[in-house]
Design a binder for this molecule. Structure first.
Ligand code: PEP
Ligand code: MN
Length: 354
């Protein structure tokens, strides 16, 4: 990181950037209230910091050890950036003072099913609609999502999705499973989801980040928090800071029945919020894998400071083509939202904003 003097000239800043680039790195330039901070993107070991420290206009040049400096609170403080990133999608603010509920089916199954559920989640109080069109599945023999049938089918499902979002005034989010889907999906949705299985796919992260769309980024079930943040940095390095981090459960421990699909790592929420300024939400549905736990886990997530939830909802869960055991009804969503709002209010700004 290079911290410029408060009276550094444009020419001095440009000269430092040029020198950084000559070492094969890129510069992330932040114009703070008092001074310019230049973050280095690339292998910092190639940088002779002692040399940079004596360049005209430079106040300080030093190595930043953390692998996720661009999204760290420390960097935000230095650059004068807000310590809380609020991502605006239509009228919805993610990471602001209000909780955000993203709800909808695991998979889009038909236009009728989608519209029925969209209407239900809107009435229940959700602000955004989710729905899988390209489903990541463990078995090739399972339903892969309507989008997997071909480009025509994918386009049709995306059109319904956009239409449902417009009709019920719900911004829409869907997952992309691979690089080949990015351009098509980006044309239709407000937020692109990168699912847990793709958390490590750095080429995909870069490609999605370059669309400029906000990204709902899920932690892999085997990833540590540092890894999760390090990979999030790939997207921010593409100048897309609209990243919503999502905790969705990690692999359960021990032998025998684990009773839940994954283990919801509640501590990850306040830890992520301490490490970074990005908004953090929780997916209780995939963590639990069973509908009778969604209410409790949602309440707990809000209590530890999640700024929103993404919940799977189906008007007739038992008939859902994917994840039928974990989807809740719109009525259950309504109860959940009411309880979470109460908790959010009770814990106050310290938890929510801190
Ligand atoms: C999903 O949200 O539809 C999904 C597949 O989630 P995850 O990537 O967390 O398993
Ligand atoms: Mn699902």
């Amino acid at each position: 990181m290079i911290i410029m003097k408060s009276d550094a000239t444009k020419e001095q800043i440009a000269a430092v950037i040029k020198e950084i680039e000559s070492h094969g790195l890129r510069a992330d330039v932040s114009q703070g209230a008092f001074r310019t901070i230049i973050g280095l993107i690339g292998d910092e070991r190639k940088i002779p910091f002692d040399h940079f420290a004596i360049l005209p206009g430079v106040k300080e040049a030093r190595m930043v050890e953390t692998p996720y400096k661009l999204i760290s609170r420390e960097y935000a403080k230095l650059t004068g950036e807000s310590e809380r990133r609020i991502i605006k999608v239509g009228d919805v603010e993610i990471g602001g003072d209000k909780l955000v509920f993203i709800a909808g089916p695991c998979a889009v199954e038909s236009k009728k099913q989608l519209f029925k559920i969209a209407e239900g989640v809107k009435k229940a109080g959700a602000q955004m609609l989710r729905g899988g069109i390209f489903k990541p599945r463990s078995s090739v023999h399972s339903f892969q999502g309507l989008g997997s049938a071909g480009e025509e089918e994918a386009t049709e499902a995306l059109e319904w999705f956009r239409e449902a979002g417009n009709k019920f005034e719900l911004p829409v989010v869907t997952e992309i499973r691979g690089e080949s889907q990015v351009d098509l999906v980006a044309k239709y949705v407000d937020i692109i989801q990168i699912g847990s299985r793709n958390m490590y796919d750095q080429d995909l992260l870069v490609k999605v980040a370059r669309t400029g769309k906000p990204i709902l980024y899920k932690r892999h079930f085997g990833a540590g928090i540092e890894e999760f943040l390090s990979f999030a940095e790939y997207m921010v390095a593409e100048e897309n800071k609209d990243i919503i981090l999502c905790e969705r459960g990690i692999l359960p421990l021990g032998k025998g029945k684990s009773y839940t699909r994954y283990t919801l790592d509640l501590a990850a929420v306040p830890v992520l919020k301490k490490e970074t300024y990005l908004p953090v939400i929780v997916d209780p549905s995939h963590a639990a894998g069973r509908r009778d736990l969604i209410f409790s886990l949602s309440c707990a997530s809000v209590a530890v400071g999640a700024c929103g939830l993404i919940v799977e909802v189906h008007h007739n869960p038992v008939e859902a083509l994917v994840d039928s055991q974990q989807q809740i009804t719109p009525d259950e969503l309504k109860e959940l939202i009411t309880a979470c709002q109460g908790i959010h209010k009770a814990i106050g700004i310290k938890q929510n904003g801190g």
